[in-house]
Write a protein that binds this ligand. Sequence first.
Ligand SMILES: Cc1ncc(COP(=O)(O)O)c(C=O)c1O
Length: 403
Amino acid sequence: MPSFVSMEPTTQYELRLAHRMSRLGTETAFEVLNKARALERQGKKIIHLEIGEPDFDTPANVIEAAVTALHKGWTHYGPSAGLPELRQAIAEEVSRTRAVECSSDEVVVVPGGKPIIFFTILSLIDAGDEVIYPNPGFPIYESMINYIGGKAIPIRLREERDFGLDVRELGSLINDRTKLIIINSPQNPTGGVLSKKDIHDIADAIGDRNILVLSDEIYSRLIFDGQHYSIMSVPGFKERTILLDGFSKTYAMTGWRMGYGVMRPDLATQITRLMTNSNSCTASFTQVAGIEALRGDQSSVDDMRNQFQERRDVFVAGLSKIKGFSCRMPKGAFYVFPNIQKTGWKSKRLADALLEEAGVACLSGTSFGDFGEGYLRFSVANSLENLKQALEQISDWTKRSPA
Ligand SMILES: Cc1ncc(COP(=O)(O)O)c(C=O)c1O
């Protein structure tokens, strides 16, 4: 292990971390990636199906816009809430796609989708406040709720409901301490998509209570079957919704770090204060490129989605033929979440074995919460050739491995 990551004490002074740091979780994908890279350094070949990012390049028109912006001097601080023209472009995009009138003062641009999760929880949740969140789900929800001292209340996503939730169960979890409900569609890690009916059922369960909904719609443009529907579109819910969306997945811009939240203006002002205190602003030239991403040619978005769909079809069909694996057809995002209970293996052990012995990196369902036991997550953001090769290696491994 290189010395810069050594946990050995290097000084006589004990590191006295704040207690809350012990409550901070993580995103296992990055740990598995590091482990896979270490195996590669030892000469092993690994097929990477662990990381949730498009393998495509950012569309050329967006890169061009950023380069031009740099040459034109977009290298300075900008307003904390984002460049007015980008906020306007986002407001128009959201008004069009969610069929609800949005204005630019409801938009806050931040470095990625993640800060909207962080800032929403930071600005709304006091110790003991309850936050309901999907499980299995994006691990940062649970991590941030715990970090802030809120009470994390999981709502189980059920395979038999195509990884939707049981609204009666949701209803039974809501009480006077519930301050925020997090929903995510299309969903990471299951690929589940909430239908218009599902969303209306969730809205009915919330009723007219003063509970806010953080609706994580970062995969809104990656839907294969059906149409995206936001709780923001439900009458009476716009004021209670914090919409999270961004550029990372839609435009293959994960490394650019740009996302946004759309919310009532009084909350937008508070989230902007957190931006001023943390990042000052999102990088100015990336925001100029963001305007081009939203307003320019969208054909690469459709092309990427079509390719993900083809890969999904091939991968699901292949996995379903492997002994012990069964797999629902994900309706969105770029993940496949097979049930592996019949292999007789626990998820984490199986994910480790597939990495070390089959040369395929994937994630244990438990990386997404306790209710992920019995599942694995594969990202199909890799070439068809590599996906087919991975299927072959997993299949060969299951034939020679102990049950
Ligand atoms: C459900 C979900 N929300 C938010 C994010 C964060 O996106 P970003 O990379 O833009 O911060 C991710 C990234 O994997 C995600 O899967």
